[in-house]
Design a protein around this ligand. Structure first.
Ligand SMILES: Cc1ncc(COP(=O)(O)O)c(C=O)c1O
Length: 409
């Protein structure tokens, strides 16, 4: 509990700091705007694009594509009829007018920064059609906050997250018939920001494109997964950008994932450092539910120390469990050694990954140094992961009215 109270206090301080710096940034911006008001370019767009400027061009009815059967949905393979786009050009005063239009290929200069230096970032969020027919998006404000953090790290322009949420909502309304009508599926939302300057040289991009595409997806309940853990590989390091959702973090994981597959594993359990800290599982945050030496039940997850992506589902799981108050919650480093000891003493009850794509995914084994460590996650009578998953789905599909599920008007 002491740890939870400390974390709350830290979060409060960080939130206050964040508020302070946003206010400072805003007041600096207003000051600059005042000083430059006689110049003939539009300084307002330097700061953000505006939903009120959004223009929509609908597809010709002949361009509308056939919607797939829910059973045929494969993650990220089928896209809706429209997309959102807004470009940024420093020389033209910053953000230009946003636009919803037909889904189409984008044209890039062969030297575009995104293609050479991976100057790009993305987000992953979902819209759900509830039992009442209303479409809700899950905690979009958190995605916007994370996206702006990634943009800052990539030297790409930031923007007002509320304006992008409103533009994305408009896109979803235009393509609303693509939001699946079954609770076994949802609409995946992929906002993306790329550096488009057509110049070689590792430096920030003076032009950028922010776009959003949508794809209907099925539920990712493929059952429990086996993880591949090898301390020879690491995903993130102190002072790096493992806590940012930048494409540069994902490309280098492919080879290790291929090795994992060769060992019959579906995901990689990413380890860090001499102590082999457990950090993440594939593209999921990781949780361990165990009984400590005092006989108390504990839910532990690695802390947000720069090595870990601050997952929206991770945060939601912690907040739900804090509200239940049934067990201790600890955000602290967990090593392979500690995990193996818990397994040997039969005190590790469950291990599961969390993420927007899968919601909650149980782990049943870990392949480590040529041996298989079995985790009894799915053998529990009333597994915690099932209880949390039910709660999250009830919020997402509107069975429970909850401020995290924001209806699209
Ligand atoms: C590396 C990594 N960790 C964790 C997550 C889970 O984050 P979220 O809960 O926001 O989907 C993701 C999601 O894509 C990820 O890529």
């Amino acid at each position: 509990m002491a740890i939870t109270a400390k974390r709350c206090a830290c979060r409060l301080v960080l939130e206050q700091q964040h508020k302070f710096f946003r206010q400072l940034a805003r007041s600096c911006y207003l000051k600059v705007k005042e000083e430059f008001k006689n110049l003939d370019y539009e300084t307002e767009s330097e700061y953000t694009f505006k939903y009120s400027d959004l223009q929509t061009t609908l597809c010709d009815p002949s361009q509308l594509r056939q919607k797939p059967e829910v059973a045929d949905l494969k993650f990220g393979h089928i896209f809706t009829d429209h997309m959102f786009k807004v470009s940024y050009h420093k020389d033209l005063g910053g953000w230009q007018k946003p636009h919803v239009g037909p889904f189409e290929n984008i044209e890039l200069h062969p030297a575009a920064k995104v293609l050479h230096y991976a100057i790009e970032l993305f987000e992953g969020m979902k819209a759900y059609r509830g039992a009442d027919g209303r479409i809700r998006v899950f905690r979009p404000d958190l995605n916007m906050h994370r996206m702006n953090n990634s943009a800052e790290s990539a030297g790409l322009p930031t923007f007002d997250g509320n304006e992008l949420i409103k533009c994305i909502n408009r896109l979803i309304v235009v393509d609303q018939e693509w939001v699946p009508h079954y609770e076994s599926s949802s609409l995946y939302i992929r906002p993306t920001l790329i550096g488009t300057d057509g110049t070689l040289g590792v430096m920030s991009s003076n032009s950028a494109l922010l776009y959003t595409i949508l794809c209907p997806v099925g539920h990712y309940f493929g059952g429990a997964v086996r993880l591949f853990a090898d301390p020879a590989f690491t995903r993130a390091w102190p002072g790096g950008c493992g806590d940012r959702k930048m494409g540069a973090n994902y490309g280098p994981t492919i080879r290790v994932n291929q090795m994992a597959q060769r060992h019959g594993c579906q995901q990689t359990l990413w380890l860090y450092g001499k102590e082999q800290q457990i950090t993440e599982a594939g593209t999921m945050n990781i949780f361990l539910f165990y009984v400590n030496e005092l006989g108390e039940r504990v839910l532990a997850t690695p802390p947000l120390n720069g090595l870990i992506l601050p997952g929206i589902i991770r945060q939601s799981v912690i907040e739900i469990c804090e509200e239940w108050g049934d067990f201790r919650i600890e955000e602290r480093p967990v090593t392979m050694d500690e995990m193996i000891k818990l397994v040997r003493k039969n005190r590790l009850l469950e291990m599961f990954g969390t993420g927007t794509a899968c919601t909650i995914c149980p782990v049943d084994s870990i392949y480590y140094k040529g041996q298989l460590i079995r985790i009894p996650t799915v053998e529990q009578k009333l597994p915690l992961f099932v209880k949390i998953r039910k709660r999250l789905l009830a919020i997402q599909y509107g069975h429970i009215e909850h401020p995290w599920a924001v209806p699209i008007e």
